[in-house]
Design a protein around this ligand. Structure first.
Ligand code: SF4
Length: 70
């Protein structure tokens, strides 16, 4: 998002923890997808839209997602 002066991030997903709620895909569909079992798949480990990625991490009900600041 413009005006958001943040460094890049690296997105991590723990597929063993994911419960397949799908909120990450709804929040940041360019960053996350779900496999046939509904488990999260990271499409873009270094997303340009850091704000959406942060929102997805914050909203994940299982705590499967995390971010590393670069
Ligand atoms: S929001 Fe969390 S629990 Fe839901 S699919 Fe994404 S990673 Fe899995």
């Amino acid at each position: 998002m413009k005006g958001d002066l943040v460094a890049g991030v690296e997105v991590h997903a723990d597929r063993d923890v994911c419960i397949g709620a799908g909120l990450c895909v709804l929040t940041a569909g360019a960053v996350f997808d779900q496999d046939d079992d509904g488990i999260v798949v990271v499409l873009d480990e270094h997303p340009a839209d850091v704000v959406a990625a942060r929102d997805a991490v914050a909203n994940c009900p299982s705590g499967a997602l995390s971010l590393t600041e670069e």
